[in-house]
Design a protein around this ligand. Sequence first.
Ligand code: IPE
Ligand code: IPE
Ligand code: MG
Length: 260
Amino acid sequence: MSTSDNPLFKSENINEDELKRALNCSKLPCHIAIIMDGNGRWAVNKNMPRAEGHRAGVESLRKVVELCVELKINILTVYAFSTENWKRPQEEINILMKLLVEYLYSEINNLHKNGVRVSTIGNTWVLPQSAQEALKMAMTKTCNNNGLTLNLALNYGGRMELVDGIKDIAREVFEGKLSPEDIDENTVSGHLYTGDYPDPDLLIRPSGDFRVSNFLLWQLAYTEFWLTTIMWPDFDRHTFLYALIDFQNRKRRFGGLEHS
Ligand code: IPE
Ligand code: IPE
Ligand code: MG
């Protein structure tokens, strides 16, 4: 379902308190994944350089993290840079990395104060040195926090993750630590970057592109998708609350039958 199908979304005057009242706090998703897409188009539509879209996108991330903390969401995984994003012009890649570093240093005290634990998925060791240092700083400072886990997908690709996981499993078999007969779904899940995180309950993709773009290919097996044409820089607290309300109205069957 997209936002336009939601009757709540059509009532423009609805305020945040009303939305929060419509939310069932005992039925919130444990793990939310977001493909933060549409920054470039948002900027181009406003005759601005793409970089301005990325800058505005950081503000959306700030707001969404804040709301996740308020609602006591366990895990937020955000797609910030894919293994395919290296195909972009070097100048744009540099801006994205610079914004990541700025975000981490400017937000770290706030994140820490709010009990957020910063983590990553993806091959971060090939990121520029400054990004690696900022990530190390943020992860070290927040490693003992037990509030929201803010999981940044950086140089992340779902296929690369599966390849890496398969290599690890093959190595363990080769070394005699694992028997092929004992490989099951839990073995595969446990060898992914997401390790023991539960699969996402809800995937949000703004921007009007209705695809997964190599994000969490294994983990999305039974995730609820919430797609919207809103661009990520315009994604605000209201939009997020609508997505959560829609999620709560879904009937998740996991291949079985609906429980009465
Ligand atoms: C998402 O916005 C940010 C990254 C992919 C890093 P885009 O830059 O993809 O924005 P669009 O899709 O071109 O509008
Ligand atoms: C997905 O967006 C990656 C991130 C948001 C980081 P893209 O803009 O890279 O995806 P495609 O190319 O439209 O599929
Ligand atoms: Mg895009």
